[in-house]
Design a binder for this molecule. Structure first.
Ligand SMILES: Cc1ncc(COP(=O)(O)O)c(C=O)c1O
Length: 406
């Protein structure tokens, strides 16, 4: 008789966004006349930029001709894309990253979830609290965590690093005596929208190098950084090549949520003893992955073309304008708000006397606006709420006006 992976049975209830989806569906069915504005899930709404669409068309035509047809992509990615990324995202920022240290994939979610496979099951993980759920859940599935404490909303054997108003939503370094082996960091942060300065991130790199830990750095929202002295990559820090892996996505900077493209950077000198993590990930990628589609990688290359860059600057500017509109609007109403400046996320404190889910219900039922309860991202998210800037400008303005009328 077969058995299932019992780690899956440890999960409480359903995934956060399924619960939200269900609540919204039930409300929508009961009130079909209401127009619900969704500022909950972090999905983009603007169409692909023309330079990307052109690249897709051209690549599709190539696929339709015998002389230019492409079969399986190289499993680590086409050289044209890896070279472009190494030059435009790294070397141009002074980061020492080579094309063959870049692994192309179909998105950052898979990479963030899969990376834990190359590490021992007895490694201890540390995560921010609140946190993008994929980091924790993928470790639960693997069996690297203990049991779930429903009361506290935490897993045993996980080091939670609270991100609160007191620390500007940037975690403190864990105690040295209780140092984690794998540290998940995400900046600009989902869900809080917080960022870390270059000096701040340097402290984490120094800490990881001293403790013999690896930082798994998720920079999916890097394109939203507007301020100076905020690093776009962990490889801007001294010593990061010896302790860090970075994840990037084309979803939020270029609208690829439905097209799917991302990459992971693993420097060759990142080693455990004499075993290179680069070669482990290459082995894993080669065995379990057959490469992102040629047409999508050509589309990814267009993101870095002159026209592509100009068009995407405008597209990101569109979402940044939404973020500023929500931030300013809520602030003027007296809400305590953060994020938005270097991020598409707005993190607000729920009104006195209301917890995250109560505020969710309140907004849904009173003004038909959907956001995400902060407590869904971890216990320190209780009493907070996340809104996203990824809606249309018109819906964003309307949502803010409706909240004002509450
Ligand atoms: C922090 C973070 N990392 C990764 C992802 C997933 O990116 P992708 O669409 O490339 O899988 C998301 C998506 O919302 C995210 O918020």
């Amino acid at each position: 008789m077969y058995k299932i992976n019992e780690n899956y049975s440890k999960f409480p209830g359903s995934y956060l966004f399924s619960t939200i989806g269900k609540k919204v569906r039930v409300y929508g069915e009961a009130h079909p006349e209401k127009k619900i504005i969704r500022l909950g899930i972090g999905d983009v709404t603007q169409p692909l930029a023309p330079a990307i669409v052109d690249a897709l068309h051209k690549a599709v035509d190539e696929m339709g001709r015998g002389e230019t047809f492409h079969g399986y992509a190289p499993d680590l990615g086409y050289a044209f894309l890896r070279e472009t990324i190494a030059e435009c995202d790294y070397r141009s920022r002074g980061c020492d990253i080579e094309a063959d240290e870049i692994f192309i994939s179909d998105g950052a979610k898979c990479d963030c979830g899969n990376i834990q496979e190359i590490f021992s099951l007895d490694n201890r993980i540390a995560v921010c609290d609140p946190v993008y759920p994929v980091y924790v859940d993928s470790n639960v599935m693997a069996g690297r965590t203990g049991t779930y404490d429903r009361e506290r909303g935490t897993w045993s054997d996980v080091i939670y690093m609270p991100c609160t108003a007191e620390n500007d939503f940037v975690p403190e370094l864990p105690e040295k005596e209780n140092a984690p082996d794998l540290i998940y960091l995400c900046f600009p942060n989902n869900p809080t929208g917080s960022v870390i300065t270059k000096e701040g991130l340097q402290k984490w790199v120094d800490y990881a190098n001293q403790a013999g830990a690896v930082i798994l750095y998720d920079a999916a929202y890097e394109a939203y950084i507007t301020e100076d002295n905020i690093p776009h990559s962990i490889f801007e820090c001294r010593g990061a090549r010896g302790c860090a892996i970075e994840f990037r996505s084309f979803s939020k900077n270029a609208g690829f949520t439905g097209l799917r493209l991302g990459f992971t950077v693993i420097p060759k000198e990142l080693k455990c003893g004499n075993v290179s993590l680069h070669s482990l990930w290459a082995r894993r990628h080669g065995t379990k992955y057959n490469g992102a589609p040629y047409i999508v990688q050509r589309a990814g290359q267009a993101v870095y073309s002159q026209e592509g860059r100009a068009q995407l600057k405008e597209q990101i500017g569109y979402y940044q304008r939404n973020a500023a509109y929500i931030f300013d609007g809520l602030k003027s109403m007296g809400y305590t708000v953060s994020g938005a400046v270097n991020s598409p996320y707005i993190w607000l404190k729920t009104p006195e006397g209301m917890n995250s889910w109560e505020f969710f219900d309140h907004l849904l039922e009173r003004v038909n606006v959907v956001g995400t309860p902060g407590s869904g991202f971890g216990p320190s998210g209780e009493g907070y709420f996340r809104l996203t800037a990824f809606g249309s400008y018109e819906n964003t303005v309307e949502a803010v006006e409706r909240i004002k009328a509450l």
